[in-house]
Design a protein around this ligand. Structure first.
Ligand SMILES: *Cc1c(COP(=O)(O)O)cnc(C)c1O
Length: 368
């Protein structure tokens, strides 16, 4: 028998989450609250555990994308202010109001229905993202309508290029500043918010009354570079183990489609994790893993539940841990490295970690 190991394991360090929340929230003035963005199951890390750790570290709001995500957190007892970012159907709006979650408004019909339901509203201003949201004049009208019925809570917008900090970022920020100032003069209780992780790290003028941080709270870089440069600690480690080791003779192949054929005697390890667990099939013959502190190449085509790695001489025995994201010895693989290889961003790499991957938590337990 092999030593007891999880087939596919995401180990999340809650102390790292707390460190990152402190790192992001420490410079904020007293009037500015921190919203922990835990949509998409906490970017694959587990929404409830991350939410608890973030609240330990001083977060006051929780941010989600869907009504289902809000309901799940409410069912677990999270009573904090909560904002659902995404669009809602009439039925979902009813459920959001029942769950006591704030919702985002950018149309008159939605406003009317939301006020009828007694919802708490954040008006969405499109300062340049070019998705959902409205212009200044419409935002003013929606705010007036919401305030008239006692449902106005916030004004929000979202940056398209906060990770680049370019001229367009400055343009969006100045538009938001102008509208926020105008509306806060009318509605002094208004919570103005527009900063995601990148803007929170980069630009104090984007903080306003609330910052909405996702990616950086997980210790991942908003700009897809090394998180160390922003003093962020990656919280997640993704690992499996060597279920078997075998020698492939020259001319022999491994896996579907025979995409790897050994040209010399080659030792390979079989790892019981695959694309259903979030190891992208596009990493076939390209990705790397760590075994006993050594980098090893993924060889052959990644299957749904298994993949194969080439083992250097003297490395790898059945049962040894295989690290896909995280440290082993002096080596480490960052989610950012995997993202670069795949032509994507770290957000997608961690969100893709499958639901059958076991989540385990390390670090001091949460106070709440
Ligand atoms: C996802 C999301 C965020 C968090 O963005 P990060 O770049 O992960 O910090 C903030 N605001 C809104 C509206 C979002 O949808």
């Amino acid at each position: 028998m092999l030593p007891g190991r999880e087939r596919a394991l995401a180990t999340v360090d809650l102390d790292a989450i707390r460190h990152n929340v402190n790192r992001l929230a420490a410079p904020l003035p007293a009037g500015c609250a921190y919203c922990a963005v835990v949509k998409a199951n906490g970017y694959g890390h587990g929404a409830a555990a991350v939410a608890k750790a973030a609240l330990d570290a001083g977060a006051r709001w929780l941010g989600v994308a869907t009504v289902r995500e809000a309901e799940e957190l409410r069912d677990l007892g999270f009573a904090q202010p909560m904002l659902i970012f995404g669009p809602l159907t009439g039925e979902e709006l009813r459920r959001a109001a029942k769950a006591g979650a704030d919702v985002v408004v950018w149309s008159r019909p939605f406003l009317t229905e939301a006020l009828r339901q007694g919802a708490r509203l954040h008006v969405k201003f499109d300062s340049g993202m070019g998705r959902l949201g409205v212009d200044e004049a419409t935002a003013e009208k929606l705010a007036a309508g919401a305030a008239g019925s006692g449902g106005l809570v916030g004004l929000m917008s979202h940056f398209a290029t906060a990770d680049q900090g370019d001229e367009f970022f400055a343009y969006q920020l100045s538009r938001f500043l102008a509208l926020a100032e105008k509306l806060k003069a009318r509605y002094p209780w208004l919570i103005a918010h527009t900063a995601n992780s990148a803007a929170t790290l980069r630009e104090p003028r984007a903080w306003h009354d609330l910052v909405r941080c996702g990616i950086a709270m997980y210790g991942l870089s908003p700009a897809n570079h090394d998180p160390d440069t922003d003093d962020l600690r990656p919280a997640l480690r993704l690992s499996s183990y060597l279920a078997g080791v075998r020698d492939v003779a020259p001319g022999g192949s491994v896996g579907y489609g025979r995409t790897f054929i050994a040209d010399c005697p080659t030792r390979v390890g079989i790892v019981p994790i695959g694309y259903a667990d979030g190891i992208a099939r596009a990493l076939s013959n390209r990705g790397e893993v760590l075994v006993s502190g050594r980098r090893c190449r993924i060889r052959g085509t990644i299957s749904m539940d298994q993949l194969t790695v080439e083992l250097p001489a003297g490395v790898g025995r059945p049962g040894d841990a295989v690290t896909f994201i995280g440290r082993s010895g002096k080596e480490r693989i960052l989610a950012e490295d995997v993202a670069r290889l795949l032509g994507t961003i770290n957000h997608e790499v961690v969100c893709d970690i499958g639901s059958r991957v076991v989540r385990a938590y390390i670090g001091s337990p949460s106070a709440t």
